[in-house]
Design a protein around this ligand. Structure first.
Ligand SMILES: Cc1cc2nc3c(=O)[nH]c(=O)nc-3n(C[C@H](O)[C@H](O)[C@H](O)COP(=O)(O)OP(=O)(O)OC[C@H]3O[C@@H](n4cnc5c(N)ncnc54)[C@H](O)[C@@H]3O)c2cc1C
Length: 465
């Protein structure tokens, strides 16, 4: 039984990667630490449970990474995917600190494995967690508990007391009971607001009813909302988020990685009018997979269909749901409830526009269309080998970018620009400092690990002074 009347040095709200890195960092710096995880123990760890890998800079190949990935190359990748919408000082700090993360995370019990193959091609840049995100989390929880970090599950924080930029206490709800916890410092690591459909609707309107949430239903943004309402400076565009195309048959929440489709480059994508709406071959998939959620969100009914043929059915990682298939295009259209004539025409026009080339999905190859709008600029091949196959897809929201502004100590800034006396933030809740828009695979975990570790260390230092 924990004594909630004691005053901890550091209170961490959240139970994912950012929270655990902060808790371990603070405890290793000598602080007493309490972690409040809103989810029950089985569901602990938020979106981190679903992750597979993390992007870290390194100057040379490692046991599991096939070659160097310098700080400068990481920075240039981030600059490109965000279109410059990033805080350069914080981004460069994160990238520099990510180098040490490859070892630090192993020191906390996490193990790496080489990259999975397939369309993401991450073998040089991203380290994969042996056993996936759950195994990674289990290692972090084990280490935290061995170090003496206290953890409460099913402990949703429902109120935070802040006076003039200074955190005083948090009210938590556990079952029917409530308790108030005091601490010298706060680390907010409670994720974004992606699971709060009502909040999403403020920016997306009724379309948000058709969004599927890929991760935890517990990231409802309650802590973010409280902080912003109590004088914390916000960062980021509320409509910006990481969103991919996922199977329309996936559950509303927590479907995880096995519902994501990586087959776009192998076929075409049509909307419910059976019309193509975007260049499926614009750039290599790791640089483009995260735009397809937003593209589908902009289509009528927020639904689209990836259409391909039997020649490529084994060219990408299989997903939970099998493709819908039929020997004729008209029959496929009927199953998808699309106008058969419209689908046949779209595919006939596309096939007629395909120019000869040498197919290679790992490079920007010369297989392209000519005379069709939108073009498919790479990997264009005729769809002509029955059976014809399709995946219905909807926007799958991964995490939102609206967050709390922080400085290089991961210290929260108040609306007047002054640093909070004792509040820090890490992970999704402050991801917008680095990600103004766009995404490159594995950065979510870099943000949580690097800023989590900094927040924990700085909170511990703050508590001692
Ligand atoms: C399917 C999927 C796959 C992904 N794959 C990758 C990947 O391979 N690599 C990568 O870098 N990123 C990936 N991401 C993104 C990644 O999951 C996040 O960027 C990262 O896990 C965020 O960590 P976090 O600790 O900030 O948030 P989370 O891990 O989501 O943790 C937030 C925590 O806050 C808790 N919480 C929320 N509100 C409260 C409250 N009021 N009181 C108490 N607790 C609260 C939640 O229960 C949860 O434990 C993936 C995401 C999804 C959904």
């Amino acid at each position: 039984m924990l004594d909630l009347n004691r005053r901890y040095d550091v209170l961490v709200i959240g139970g994912g990667n950012a929270a655990l890195c902060a808790a371990i960092g603070a405890r290793r710096s000598g602080a007493s630490v309490l972690v409040l995880e809103g989810a029950p123990k089985f569901y602990r760890g938020g979106n981190t449970r679903h992750t597979r890998n993390m992007r870290c800079a390194h100057d040379a190949a490692t046991d599991i990474l096939t070659g160097p990935y310098t700080e400068e190359e990481f920075w240039e990748d981030l600059l490109r995917v965000t279109g410059g919408q990033t805080d350069e000082e914080l981004a460069r700090l994160m990238i520099a600190e990510s180098k040490d993360m490859l070892n630090w995370i192993v020191e906390q019990g996490v193990r790496w494995q080489p990259s999975l193959g397939g369309t993401l091609s991450l073998g040089r840049t991203n380290s994969f967690f042996l056993g996936g995100g759950r195994a990674m989390l289990n290692a972090l929880y084990r280490t935290a508990e061995q170090l003496g970090v206290d953890v409460l599950y099913d402990a949703e924080v429902v109120d935070i007391e802040i006076d003039n930029g200074m955190f005083l206490s948090a009210k938590l709800k556990q079952g029917d009971g409530e308790a108030r916890v005091r601490a010298a410092t706060l680390v907010a690591a409670a994720g974004g607001f992606e699971a709060n459909i009502e909040w999403l609707k403020q920016y997306w309107g009724a379309a948000a009813d058709n969004f599927l949430i890929r991760g935890t239903p517990y990231n409802r943004g309650t802590i973010l909302k409280m902080l912003l309402a109590k004088g914390v400076q916000e960062i980021g565009d509320p409509t910006q988020c990481h969103a991919v195309a996922i199977d329309a048959r996936a559950p509303k929440f927590d479907g995880g990685i096995i519902t994501r489709h990586d087959s776009v480059v192998f076929g075409i994508v049509v909307n419910r009018d059976a019309q193509r709406f975007y260049d499926e071959g614009e750039d290599i998939w790791p640089k483009r997979y995260a735009i397809w959620g937003r593209l589908v969100a902009a289509q009528p009914g927020q639904i689209a269909y990836i259409i391909f043929d039997s020649s490529v059915r084994h060219s990408f990682m299989p997903t939970l749901f099998p493709p819908i298939e039929c020997d004729s295009l008209a029959g496929l259209a009927a199953q998808l409830e699309l106008d058969p004539a419209a689908l046949e025409k779209t595919i006939a026009d596309f096939n007629a526009a395909v120019r000869p080339g040498t197919f290679d999905h790992t490079i920007l190859d010369d297989c392209r269309t000519e005379g069709v709008m939108p073009p498919k600029t790479h990997w264009a091949r005729r769809i002509e080998a029955p059976p014809y196959l399709a995946y219905p897809v909807r926007p799958g929201i991964t995490f939102t970018y609206l967050g709390t502004r922080v400085n290089k100590q991961a210290r929260i800034l108040m609306t007047d620009g002054t640093p909070s006396a004792n509040m820090f933030a890490a992970g999704e809740i402050m991801a917008g400092n680095v990600l103004g828009q766009g995404y490159a695979a594995g950065i979510g975990m870099t943000i949580g690990s690097v800023f989590g570790r900094i927040a924990g260390r700085e909170a511990a230092k703050n508590a001692r002074n």
